[in-house]
Design a protein around this ligand. Structure first.
Ligand SMILES: Cc1cc2nc3c(=O)[nH]c(=O)nc-3n(C[C@H](O)[C@H](O)[C@H](O)COP(=O)(O)O)c2cc1C
Length: 189
């Protein structure tokens, strides 16, 4: 699959088969992520991989409870109140693999931006390999709690930027039509 086809057909995948993604395939995705450009070639990323669907289901329950309890701190999530209150909703959509791209804070000047670029590389590489991926923003605040970082062995200087689930899509998704880009095509005299 060429790059433009991958970009134009990638979708966020929210429904997966039970098939576990092989470790070697995860390594291919992480390698693609780490080819991303970064300010001063700082490469300020570190990857956490969790391959345990039962743990992710339990984590989902803990994250929903946390967000419900602290909704005033995260007003944006109020629009998702129904989701957070839905006992059976797994915010990781029953995927068995979660890759968390963490930024090495203090390494380079734009570690968050660098990690965002790594994240898009990872999601496009997943798509090119017939895998699905979805960035789970819901998880970020919880993953950065000190207790949680300790649970997952995430060092203090790391900030979890991009939690991305990976799996085999259980159906093909149609291309999503995006808004026409707003372009200010400057004509200098
Ligand atoms: C920073 C970020 C956070 C996101 N968080 C979530 C999330 O928590 N749950 C979810 O289902 N999708 C999440 N998404 C996926 C978006 O909803 C999705 O990209 C958007 O609807 C466009 O669909 P597409 O990716 O198929 O083009 C997130 C995407 C980004 C970039």
């Amino acid at each position: 699959m060429d790059v433009l086809t991958a970009i134009n057909t990638r979708r966020s995948v929210r429904s997966y088969t039970n098939k576990m993604v092989a470790k070697d395939d995860i390594l291919v995705l992480i390698n693609a992520a780490s080819q991303a450009p970064s300010a001063s070639n700082s490469q300020p990323w570190s990857f956490v991989v969790i391959q345990d669907g039962a743990y992710l289901r339990e984590l989902s329950q803990r994250i929903k409870a946390f967000l419900l309890e602290h909704l005033e701190d995260f007003p944006y999530f109020k629009q998702y109140l129904g989701w957070l209150q839905n006992e059976s909703l797994n915010i990781f959509y029953d995927a068995s693999t979660l890759v968390i791209i963490c930024a090495k804070i203090g390494q380079g000047i734009y570690p968050l931006e660098d990690c965002n670029l790594a994240a898009e590389n990872l999601m496009l590489a997943a798509h090119a390999k017939g895998l699905g991926a979805c960035w789970i923003g819901f998880a970020r605040e919880f993953l950065n709690l000190p207790d949680m970082k300790q649970e997952l062995g995430i060092a203090d200087n790391l900030y979890a930027v991009a939690p991305i689930i990976i799996g085999y899509p259980d159906k093909e998704l149609a291309v999503l039509n995006k808004k026409q880009p707003e372009i200010n095509w400057v004509q200098l005299k």
